[in-house]
Design a protein around this ligand. Structure first.
Ligand SMILES: [Fe+2]
Ligand SMILES: [Fe+2]
Length: 478
């Protein structure tokens, strides 16, 4: 009976939070957030994508080490024939443990209820739905959420997490969401407390989030134990110690999630090649990284962007990436169709079989910026000006033949920008795969050498901050 009551409670709460998110002035929203925070912050139950739509990864914190498990059943109640999946726990920075479980054998078009159990902890019962047709689904794309510890505000994490929660709730009130794509800087200081705040968002109990490591996530080591992602690259020449490259699929979409803090172009190209070789039938290729490459809105970052473009541009070209989702600058930007760092076709509301990749940067959720400092405005760049610094989120609607990206200012009914990429075949309009040029190969090699030296600096920083880390693990391997 307890399980039934908890299940009903969580369904009602989710419905009410979605409603209040859509009506921000509704005062009950504050009371509900207080309740959610008290219920969810300590253990931070959160979903991450599994390798494909038949899997779901689950993660949460608990005070002691144990063999964690997730019990899961079809419908909104956990009954006697529930399945049980066991996982493992790892020591987390704040002296507690992060529990990781993978649930498998999920079937399309079903509702599942689940509960997380570890020593001394039984979570609420939550539920999620799987897509009836795995090729047709909607994802939210946000970046730079920055749940933030603030020395001057003891409620800094709670307050920023509330903004994230309500923004995600508003997005989910528009349509059923299957996935959140979070393009880095989930936290500001890299504290475990910030990731617990991030995980408190109710939406992340009912659809998974694919996170990318941002530069702020690398300030501590909590990100390493916070996430639970599939197909993470294990062996690299240059380590992505705190959070590395991984891939997953949804229907015929392959998502390549990469660590753009790591300059090792050779590792990144190997990763992209292996991921694509493992998924030869994927029609759509979406890459997500943190650094913005083309935004050009902060002049002093343009030299960094130029170097990053030399590493990532040729990879997007060679592997025919359709859409590149980015963050970091906190400025909304959508590029023209780019190939070889040049415009192959202008941006349009519908781009059919584009002959290159479209790069997109969204604004920050808790730290939106205005346009007081416009830097490079190259002919390939298009963007929306927003002196009001409104919060931006985007909904990506995938079908077999198209992806439509709709961008919203929080609290406003209509999208302020929307465009559709159509592909009439698996290849679309991408130029035929070319062999990498000597110059591109040299840049990747130079990036790899630079990455090694940079990691020595990362090791020193982590040691200085008091973390007990191994030199070879931090510099060379995951
Ligand atoms: Fe950021
Ligand atoms: Fe950043």
């Amino acid at each position: 009976m307890k399980k039934i009551n908890r299940s009903i409670l969580s369904v009602i709460l989710a419905a009410v939070m979605m409603f209040t998110a859509a009506v921000p002035s509704f005062a009950a929203g504050d009371l509900l957030w207080e309740h959610v925070w008290n219920e969810e912050y300590n253990n931070g139950v959160i979903l991450f994508p599994g390798s494909d739509e038949s899997e779901m990864n689950v993660s949460w914190y608990s005070a002691t080490e144990s063999e964690p498990k997730v019990i899961i059943d079809e419908g909104i109640v956990i009954g006697d024939d529930a399945k049980e999946f066991k996982g493992y726990s790892v020591a987390a920075p704040d002296g507690d443990f992060a529990n990781k479980v993978t649930v498998t054998d999920l079937e399309p078009g079903k509702t599942y209820s689940y509960q997380c159990i570890s020593e001394g902890f039984e979570s609420n019962v939550y539920s999620f739905k799987t897509d009836a047709d795995p090729n047709v689904f909607s994802a939210v794309y946000m970046t730079d959420i920055h749940t933030s510890h603030d020395d001057a505000n003891p409620n800094g994490i709670k307050d920023t997490a509330e903004i994230f929660n309500s923004t995600l709730g508003e997005a989910a009130s528009r349509k059923r969401i299957s996935l959140l794509l979070s393009a880095g800087d989930q936290a500001s200081e890299g504290y475990e407390t910030e990731y617990k705040g991030y995980s408190s968002a109710l939406g992340l109990k009912s659809f998974p989030v694919a996170t990318t490591i941002g530069n702020h996530d690398r300030k501590g080591i909590a990100y390493k134990t916070f996430n639970n992602v599939p197909n993470e690259r294990e062996k690299n020449m240059v380590a992505s110690y705190i959070g590395g490259n991984y891939w997953f699929t949804r229907g015929d979409v392959l998502f390549l999630v990469v660590d753009s803090n790591n300059a090792s172009g050779m590792d990144h190209r190997d990763f992209a090649k292996d991921a694509i070789d493992a998924n030869p039938d994927a029609k759509w290729r979406v890459m997500m990284a943190h650094h913005d490459l083309y935004s050009g809105r902060i002049p002093h970052r343009e030299s960094e962007n130029e170097l990053l473009r030399m590493i990532w541009g040729p990879i997007a070209d060679e592997f025919a990436i359709d859409l590149v989702l980015l963050g970091h600058s906190h400025y909304y930007t959508v590029t023209n169709v780019l190939y070889n760092n040049k415009t192959a076709a202008p941006y349009a509301t519908t781009m059919t079989d584009p002959a290159g990749s479209i790069y997109m940067v969204s604004g920050s959720i808790t730290r939106p910026r205005d346009d007081d400092e416009i830097g490079l405005n190259g002919e390939w760049i298009g963007f929306a000006n927003d002196p009001d610094q409104r919060i931006i989120y985007n909904i990506l609607d995938f079908t077999e033949d198209s992806v439509t990206v709709s961008s919203y200012y929080k609290g406003e009914a209509e999208a302020f920008n929307s465009y559709t990429i159509v592909k009439t075949s698996k290849e679309g309009g991408h130029p035929k795969q070319i062999l990498p040029s000597f110059f591109d190969s040299f840049v990747r090699f130079a990036g790899t050498v630079y990455g090694l030296f940079n990691n020595i600096g990362v090791y020193g920083d982590l040691k200085d901050a008091g973390f007990d880390v191994d030199f070879f693990e931090v510099v060379f391997n995951n």
